[in-house]
Ligand binder design. Structure first.
Ligand SMILES: *Cc1c(COP(=O)(O)O)cnc(C)c1O
Length: 476
């Protein structure tokens, strides 16, 4: 028998869950919990009593309390000062409130009528992003004259889908017939060797084949050397291939280093090659007057990917793919482009024709709430402060005799080495995670495995960074 739950009957459980969450977050911030939630899979399955609840149902308030305690214990400790691992935002409360409201309201707003507020907010936040890049936003009421004269974009469930969407539009430009006839076999994409794996996946998914990836010339750390790029383009063309797109990282996932965006944009313009900037992590520096210089030239891009669930403290997922030219975006999904802006109902805004997803969550509300609460200035200051924390970590490391950095950080991502223990970097990291002492990552750069921090957390102060180094020393 199933009894329908009323909101009022369930509200005490919601309130208690919220209280438990508050306690958990406070404890994480004060480092009263472990720094990780790690335990082996069989242990967690039995601690959660997962099979029992799945098979039998029947959970009640008092059961939930016990269950949720275990669930929280084995959740990632993003709010813990010694959590400095992946590029996952430590959510801020206004965005988290929106996520919770989304859970209750469920506005799958890719069709306007399925979430008019959410769709309107998506229109508004995408336009805000376009303006931050320096592009012309989408007009509320588009006229025929506007087509191609303004930029456009859409929120997607993650940067990986956003990268795929960008390459879809790039393919439509060089090979408009591909939508119906399939991908021609003479297309290649010029990609920094330091690119995120989603880029290779997108190219393979598009049917170019992973062999269509041509590495751009780069230094030891994978940063593209623009002066050597024209030669690479010439080689590609001499081999009878066409460049579908050229991509730059802002910034690269492993190192946090930026490719020189302006020179690469100028090369693409001169050769009429689609220019894609993967700004998943780093585009948020558009909001920081001190750090924006790393993105100089980003406005030359044809497409940009920008994750709000990385540096804008929005809980996953909330990514954007932005296009300098609205018409080239329309081409990505619709070869006769009959759905051009002037053709649509000007009183609504559907993102369905321009998105891979069909059911799409109200991501805009989350980003909007952080913006509305803190302002773009507040968000920009956060980005800048986290980048500065990595610079201080770099200085701190340089003062030790047992740690060193291969390069100076540009963002909040930094690789570093433990002298004499290089071969154990991965082992040390795993040990710290298993023991709940600190949460770091490791990354392969320049053929070697490094320890790596991504300082996403406002609670990670200098003292916490000193403790990270001590935890590593004690792990061997
Ligand atoms: C994180 C990241 C991605 C992947 O984005 P998701 O939102 O995790 O799908 C792609 N490119 C770069 C440079 C990234 O840092």
């Amino acid at each position: 028998m199933t009894d329908e739950l009323s909101f009022d009957a369930f509200a005490p459980v919601l309130n208690e869950a919220l209280e438990m969450l508050g306690t958990e977050i406070g404890n994480q911030q004060k480092a009263l919990t472990a720094a990780t939630g790690y335990a082996p899979l069989p242990d967690i399955l039995s601690a959660l009593n997962a099979e029992h609840w799945i098979d039998n149902g029947g959970m009640r308030a008092e059961d939930f309390r016990g269950f949720f305690e275990v669930y929280l214990k084995h959740s990632v400790k993003l709010h813990h000062p010694l959590h400095a691992a992946h590029q996952v935002s430590v959510p801020d409360y206004p965005a988290a409130l929106a996520a919770m409201a989304n859970g209750l309201l469920n506005n799958p707003m890719a069709i306007y009528e399925m979430g008019p507020s959410a769709a309107a907010l998506e229109f508004a936040v995408v336009n805000w992003m376009l303006r931050k890049v320096g592009w012309r936003p989408q007009p509320v009421r588009a006229s025929e004259d506007d087509v191609g004269n303004h930029a456009a974009g859409v929120l997607t469930h993650g940067g990986s889908l956003a990268n795929l969407t960008s390459f879809l539009a790039a393919r439509a430009r060089v090979a408009p017939e591909a939508w119906e006839q399939g991908t021609p076999d003479d297309l290649v994409v010029l990609v920094p060797p330091s690119s995120h794996y989603s880029v290779a996946r997108a190219i393979a998914i598009l049917g170019l084949g992973a062999n269509a990836i041509v590495d751009l010339p780069a230094d030891h750390f994978g940063v593209v050397q623009p002066e050597r790029v024209p030669e690479r383009i010439a080689e590609v063309e001499a081999g009878g291939k066409r460049c579908m797109a050229l991509m730059a990282n802002a910034c690269a996932t492993a190192t946090g280093l930026h490719d020189p965006l302006r020179p690469l944009g100028e090369i693409c313009a001169a050769h009429n090659i689609w220019y894609h900037v993967d700004g998943c992590h780093g585009a948020s520096a558009l909001l920081s007057p001190e750090k924006r210089h790393y993105l100089d030239g980003i406005e030359l891009a044809d497409s940009i990917v920008w994750d709000a669930h990385k540096m804008l403290q929005v809980p996953a997922l909330c990514a954007a793919v932005l296009f300098r030219n609205a018409a080239s975006f329309e081409m990505a999904f619709d070869q006769d482009a009959s759905y051009l802006a002037y053709g649509r109902d000007v009183d609504s805004y559907d993102s369905l024709p321009r998105a891979i997803e069909c059911t799409k969550s109200s991501m805009s509300f989350k980003l909007f709430m952080n913006l509305a609460w803190r302002g773009e200035t507040g968000l920009g200051e956060f980005v800048s402060a986290r980048y500065d924390a990595a610079s201080r970590f770099y200085a701190m490391i340089n003062e030790t005799s047992d740690f060193y950095c291969p390069y100076e950080p540009e963002t909040n991502i930094l690789c570093f080495g433990f002298k004499g223990h290089e071969a154990q970097h991965e082992l040390i990291r795993d040990q710290l995670v298993y023991d709940g002492k600190a949460h770091l990552t490791s990354a392969k750069v320049d053929g070697r495995v490094w320890l790596r921090v991504t300082i996403m957390n406002p609670a990670t102060d200098d003292d916490a960074l000193i403790q990270v180094l001590d935890a590593i020393r004690h792990a061997v």
